[in-house]
Design a protein around this ligand. Structure first.
Ligand SMILES: Nc1ncnc2c1ncn2[C@@H]1O[C@H](COP(=O)(O)OP(=O)(O)OP(=O)(O)O)[C@@H](O)[C@H]1O
Ligand SMILES: [Mg+2]
Length: 401
C-alpha cells in the first residue's frame, strides 16, 4: 500500500496534493474519481507499496459519502488519518470529526500548507499504529487486548486540582494521539470539564447512558474539542446526576475503552459509587493531593481503603499539586505519611487559575513554567513505552526545588 492515498477528480487539487506529497517520504497513489467505492476493501485492495497512513478525500466527493467512508475506515483501520478537503460549516466539521475524519483542510490550501497537513497526519497515523502494537496487557492496557488506557484522576478532598490535571492530561495525550482521547466528567453534580475546556455542550453523560451504548450511538454524545480530543460532559442540572447509576458508569467506561486509546476521567472528591465504578475499570489512578494536612491524611485513608477493597489499579501516579515551599510540609513528610513515593510535583502557579478562568488548559496554551513542565512529565508517564523505558524506577524520587 502507499503511504498516502488520494481520491479526487478535481485536477487542481489533485496536482497540489501530488506536489505536496512529493516532498515527503513515501509514495502517493491517486484515484481519479468524484465518487468513493462502496466498500473500503474495494479501495484498500488496490493499494500497493508501504502501509497506508493518510487517505485524502477531495472537495468534489459528496460529503455524506465521505462521512460514511471515514466511519468505515475508523472501524477497520483506525490508525489511518482521513483528511477531508472541504469548506466545512461548523455542523459539517462536527459531523466529520464524529465520523472519524481526523483532519480538515480548505480545498484551496497551497502546496506548503497541504504538505504540513500530510506530514502531521502521517506522523499521527504512525504514532497510533506503533502505540497500538506497543501496548501489551500489563504495559498500559487493560486485561483484554484492544482496550485503551483508562486514567482516573481522583482525590479524597475537593479543590486540589483534579479537573485542572485531568483536562491537561487529556490535552497532552491528544497532541500525540489526536482523536484517540476522550475525557469523561464524572463529577456529575458540579463537573467543570466543559468550562475548563471552554465548551458549551448540548449533550451530556446522562444522554449517553440513557440509550444504547454501542459505539456509533456513543459517538453522537461526545463533543469534539479544538485540541483533537473528545469530551463527555457532566449534566448541566446537578439533579440529573441521580439518573446515572454506578453500573451505567461501568458499562460506559468499558465501551469507551474499547473505542479510544485513552479514557481520562475527572471525578468528584471522595470515594462515591461513581468514582469506585470508574476505578474498577481503570488501568491508572492519578492521586492528587495538596500540600496541606487534611489533603495528605485524606490521601492516606483513601489509599488504605482501596488497598483493603483490592481496588487499586495497576498503575499509580501520585501528584502533589499547588506545592509551596512555605507550607511547612516537605515532600519527605508527605511520603512518610502516605507510605508511597510521590511521582510528580506541580508547584503553585499563577498561570493555572488564569488558564482555568479562560477555559484554555495550560498545555493547550503553550504556557511555559515549572508547573507546565511537571504536567508534561505526568503526561509522558502514560506513553505506552514509558514503563518499559523506566522499568527500574517507575516511582523515581522527585525533587522539589
Ligand atoms: N498548580 C496550581 N497552581 C495554582 N492554582 C492551581 C493549580 N492547580 C489548580 N489550580 C487552581 O485551583 C482551582 C481548583 O482547581 P480544580 O478545579 O482543578 O480542582 P478540583 O480538585 O477539580 O476541584 P473540585 O474538587 O471542586 O472538583 C482552580 O482555580 C485551578 O486553576
Ligand atoms: Mg473538579
Amino acid at each position: 500500500m502507499s503511504r498516502f492515498a488520494l481520491v479526487t477528480a478535481e485536477p487542481d487539487f489533485d496536482e497540489r496534493v501530488r506536489l505536496a506529497a512529493a516532498g515527503l517520504p513515501g509514495t502517493l497513489q491517486a484515484f481519479r474519481a468524484d465518487f468513493l467505492p462502496s466498500t473500503i476493501d474495494d479501495m484498500f485492495g488496490q493499494l500497493v507499496g508501504e502501509p497506508l497512513e493518510v487517505l485524502v478525500l477531495g472537495p468534489d466527493l459528496p460529503s455524506s459519502d465521505v462521512l460514511n467512508f471515514a466511519a468505515a475506515v475508523d472501524v477497520r483501520s483506525p490508525h489511518v488519518s482521513v483528511m477531508y478537503a472541504a469548506d466545512a460549516s461548523p455542523d459539517l466539521a462536527l459531523a466529520a470529526m464524529r465520523s472519524g475524519v481526523r483532519d480538515l483542510v480548505t480545498p484551496n490550501a497551497d502546496i506548503d500548507t497541504l504538505r504540513v497537513h500530510l506530514e502531521q497526519a502521517a506522523t499521527a497515523a504512525s504514532y497510533r499504529l506503533s502505540s497500538a502494537s506497543a501496548v501489551q496487557p500489563g504495559a498500559g492496557e487493560n486485561t483484554s487486548q484492544g482496550r485503551g488506557r483508562v486514567i482516573t484522576v481522583m482525590s479524597p478532598k475537593g479543590g486540589v486540582g483534579k479537573t485542572t490535571i485531568a483536562t491537561n492530561i487529556a490535552v497532552g495525550l491528544a497532541k500525540n494521539s489526536p482523536m484517540s482521547v476522550v475525557i469523561v466528567d464524572l463529577d456529575l453534580q458540579f463537573g467543570d470539564v466543559a468550562s475548563g475546556l471552554m465548551m458549551k455542550p448540548d449533550r451530556s453523560i446522562v444522554d449517553a447512558v440513557g440509550g444504547p451504548m454501542d459505539s456509533l450511538s456513543l459517538k453522537t454524545y461526545l463533543v469534539p474539542h479544538a485540541t483533537k480530543l473528545y469530551a463527555l460532559c457532566a449534566p448541566l442540572n446537578p439533579a440529573d446526576a441521580d439518573r446515572v447509576s454506578a453500573e451505567q458508569v461501568s458499562e460506559l467506561i468499558s465501551r469507551l475503552a474499547s473505542e479510544f486509546q485513552y479514557v481520562v476521567i475527572d471525578t468528584s472528591p471522595g470515594l462515591g459509587e461513581h468514582v469506585l465504578a470508574a476505578l474498577d475499570q481503570a488501568t491508572d489512578v492519578v492521586w492528587v493531593c495538596g500540600m496541606d494536612l487534611p489533603s495528605i491524611r485524606g490521601l492516606k485513608s483513601g489509599l488504605e481503603i482501596l488497598n483493603e477493597l483490592d481496588m487499586l489499579p495497576e498503575h499509580r501516579h501520585v501528584v502533589v499539586n499547588m506545592a509551596d515551599r512555605k507550607s511547612g510540609i516537605t515532600v519527605q513528610d508527605i511520603e512518610a505519611t502516605i507510605g508511597v513515593p510521590i511521582d510528580v510535583i506541580l508547584s503553585r502557579s499563577k498561570a493555572m487559575p488564569l488558564a482555568t478562568n479562560r477555559g484554555v488548559p495550560a498545555l493547550q496554551d503553550g504556557i511555559r513554567d515549572a508547573t507546565v513542565k511537571g504536567l508534561r512529565k505526568l503526561v509522558e508517564r502514560f506513553h505506552p513505552s514509558w514503563e518499559e523505558r523506566n522499568r527500574r524506577q517507575v516511582h523515581r524520587r522527585v525533587v522539589f526545588q
